[in-house]
Every structure is written in C-alpha cells, then in structure tokens.
Design a protein around this ligand. Structure first.
Ligand SMILES: NC(=O)c1ccc[n+]([C@@H]2O[C@H](COP(=O)([O-])OP(=O)(O)OC[C@H]3O[C@@H](n4cnc5c(N)ncnc54)[C@H](O)[C@@H]3O)[C@@H](O)[C@H]2O)c1
Ligand SMILES: [Fe+2]
Length: 403
C-alpha cells in the first residue's frame, strides 16, 4: 500500500518535471560541424574578446597530440591558453580543484573542454567553481544548484559519446566516498560545441564501441521514459537510427570519416534528448560501477542496458516497437511485442559483435545492497522510468551482472 502511494507520488513529480522541461528555455550551443571544424573555434573565441583560455583535457589526448590543431589556431588568433590535462576517466573533485587553481593562477577568462565526457564534465565544474567559489562541488549536486553563470565555455568532444557538449549535466566522482553524482544546470550548456569527426578517427575500437553504446543508452532511456516530447522523441529516433547504421561500421573501420561524422551527430542528438527527458535505471546503476570500481561509463551502460530493457519491456513495449521501426530494424506489419523483443535482441547482438561482455567483472556480491541503495536514491523520484523498481527487483537485476 505504502509502495503504491510512493509510486503515485513519483509519477506526480514526473508530470511536474515534464511540464517544467517544456517551459524551461534550454540554451542550444552554436554548432561547428564537419572535418576540420575544430580550427574554426579559435576565431569564434577571439571575436568574443577572450584573451586567455583554460584548455581542459587529458594526458592521453596530449600524448596523441590531438589538441595540436586547436592550440595552433588559438595561437594564430592571438588567444593565449593554459593546458590543464590532469583529468582521468570518471573525473574527481580533486581534478576540479586543481583545474580551478590553474585557471586562477593564469588569470584565464574562458574554458574549453577538449576530450571525452571526462574532461568536458571536469571543465564544466571548474567553471561552476570559478563563478561560485562559496559553493563546494558536493553542494552543487542535483538540479539547478549552480548559482552564478560560469565563464564563457566551449566544448570539443573527441568521443561519440556522452553528448555532454549539449547537456545540462556534469558527472563527477568523490574519491573519498567512491560516489559518482551529477550536477545539472542550464548554466553548464556550452556556448559553442564543435563536432569534428577528424578528432575521432583514432579512437580505439573498444572506446568507440562503449562510448557509442552510451549514446544509444541516452537515446533509449530518454525515449522509453515518460517525459519524452516531440522534440526529444525525434532526436532519440534520429540518434538510434544513426547508431544502428554507423556504430559497428566505425568499430570495424575507425577511419571511416562519414560514419564517424554520423556518430558525432548521433551523440549530440541523444544528448539533446536525454538532457530534457532524463535517463533511467541503466545510468543510475552504471554510475555506481564507475564510482566504486572505475568501470568506464559507456562499458557499464552497454552491459546493463539489455537487462534493464528486459525488466521494463512490457511497459515500454509500445515505445520500443516504435524505436525499432525508427531505427530501421522492423516494420509496421510486425506486432509490438515482436518488435520490442527484436529491439532488445539488436542491442545484445551489437554488444556481442563488439566484444562487450554480459557481466561486470569488478562487481562484488557484498556491494550489491550499497549499489542498490545509491542507484535507487539517484533514480527515485527524478528519472521518469517506464517501470518503477522495488529494492528487491533492483538487487535481483544487479545480481545478474555478477561475473
Ligand atoms: N555530462 C553528461 O551529460 C554526460 C553524459 C554521459 C556520460 N558522462 C560522463 O562522461 C564520462 C565518460 O566520458 P567518455 O565516455 O567520453 O570517456 P572519457 O572522457 O572518460 O575517455 C575515455 C578514454 O578515451 C580516451 N580518448 C578520448 N577521446 C579519444 C580519441 N579521440 N582518441 C583516442 N583516445 C581518446 C581518453 O583519453 C580516455 O582514456 C563519465 O564520467 C560519464 O559519467 C557525462
Ligand atoms: Fe551516459
């Protein structure tokens, strides 16, 4: 009885959030797209009168010299820069604080997030801390807790991906508690996002596949959740179709520029969908795998996705069927039930073809109660999931992920 009332209360909150998301004016970043587009960013920064930007990236990308084109064009445009590359996957509060010091020491006036979701999210939170020095990173956890606007912020994703270049979110880990959490605020959406497929050509197959499955998870969770609108549905459908058509292609042949470009667009569309319509249990559980064990975000999502889809298949049947048709893997002549199963099968087949396992090798049985608690605390009541999970159902699902 109490549980039924609780579920009803969650649904009321979802309705309020849905109305809010149609009223809230989500800023859209200006897009620079296509091969070589990263070189156009510096000029746009100069025009805005900025003199000295902090480039937030990671050491792997610096070693690969991936940022060279951007840095050269900043020089050519007389924009000084400081590179801060102390960001690891699943970035930590410590990295944010180091980046904040680098910004202040070098008297920067803008920030570029260059890399996968990790440097981009770290850059967002560095910006939030710069403008709001009295708010700790923890204090900004949750929705709309960033008080003052961040410095001018630009994004260059090198994975496809998190969609962070268009989302309100930045995900960060507290290394002390191993808790991973999101800060979500309209002020974290960048002014300009660059979608340059040239930067993604060297992305290794295992990162290509898992980051691509992250984008697919965004599209699916936004689509099957109850808060989708025409805008988010269209974006999720486009993303799903592009991912079905291109992800395995780029996994096999990373240099396929057209397919890389399509994946960059798909990731952006999926980001546009989920930032308005939210994610679901896949993300809520995956964040714990990142926080507790350092499992890469996309890998965790890819593994968990089929289990969550199986759990909510009945309630999500209509939406899964529609997405199967939009994704080009089914036709209207098939029953909804068949289409929904076909969709889940497609996800499993993609995982299998890209050598993504069906379990999380780091997962320990003793941690399942804590993971369950944290995942449900994250998802309830914020995520408008098609089927609301009990604690027992969540534990049972996580058990299936054991090695
Ligand atoms: N803000 C959001 O809306 C949002 C959404 C989803 C996920 N996330 C967060 O983003 C983070 C994950 O980001 P990610 O999946 O993009 O990976 P990542 O940024 O953690 O990068 C993974 C690895 O790939 C390497 N790499 C990145 N681009 C490369 C390239 N072009 N060539 C070669 N190597 C490259 C990096 O150096 C790193 O070693 C997680 O913390 C996740 O929680 C944020
Ligand atoms: Fe994600």
């Amino acid at each position: 009885m109490f549980w039924e009332l609780k579920k009803r209360a969650y649904r009321v909150q979802h309705k309020v959030m849905k109305t809010a998301s149609t009223i809230i004016p989500f800023p859209q970043p200006v897009l620079l797209t296509g091969p070589g587009s990263v070189k156009k960013l510096a000029e746009n920064i100069r025009i805005r009168g900025l003199k000295n930007v902090l480039v937030v990236t990671d050491k792997v990308l610096m070693q690969l010299k991936l940022a060279d084109g951007l840095l050269e064009s900043l020089e050519q445009n007389d924009v000084n820069f400081t590179v801060f590359d102390d960001v690891k996957p699943n970035p930590t509060i410590e990295s944010v604080e180091k980046g904040r010091k680098a910004y202040k020491k070098n008297k920067c006036d803008g920030i570029i997030g260059f890399g996968g979701g990790s440097p981009i999210d770290c850059a967002k939170i560095i910006g939030a801390r710069i403008s709001n020095p009295y708010l700790s990173v923890r204090r900004m956890k949750g929705l709309f807790r960033v008080f003052l606007p961040i410095p001018p912020f630009f994004c260059v994703p090198t994975t496809a991906g998190t969609g962070s270049e268009t989302t309100v979110a930045a995900v960060i880990t507290d290394a002390k508690t191993h808790e991973k959490f999101a800060i979500s605020d309209l002020k974290l959406i960048p002014k300009i996002a660059v979608l340059d497929p040239e930067l993604m050509k060297g992305l290794p197959p295992h990162i290509t596949s898992t980051t691509g499955m992250d984008a697919l998870t965004h599209a699916i969770e936004a689509y099957i959740g109850l808060n989708g609108t025409k805008f988010t549905d269209e974006n999720a459908e486009n993303a799903t179709r592009l991912i079905f058509e291109n992800l395995e292609k780029v996994y096999k042949k990373g240099s396929d520029l057209k397919a890389r470009n399509n994946m960059a667009l798909a990731s952006f569309y999926a980001g546009a969908a989920f930032t308005r319509a939210y994610v679901g249990y896949v993300h809520a559980i995956a964040h714990n795998m990142g926080g507790l064990y350092g499992v890469p975000h996309g890998l965790a999502n890819a593994i968990i996705l089929p289990y969550v889809l199986e759990f909510c298949r009945k309630d999500a049947e209509k939406k899964l069927a529609k997405l199967a048709i939009a994704g080009g893997i089914g036709s209207k002549s098939e029953s909804r039930k068949d289409l929904s199963y076909k969709f889940i099968k497609k996800v499993k087949t993609m995982n299998k073809n890209m050598k993504i396992p069906t379990f999380i090798k780091e997962l320990k049985k003793k941690d399942i109660p804590l993971i369950t608690k944290r995942a449900l605390d994250e998802a309830h009541p914020d995520y408008p999931v098609p089927t609301i999970m009990t604690r027992q159902e969540c534990e049972d699902l996580i058990k299936k992920l054991l090695p």
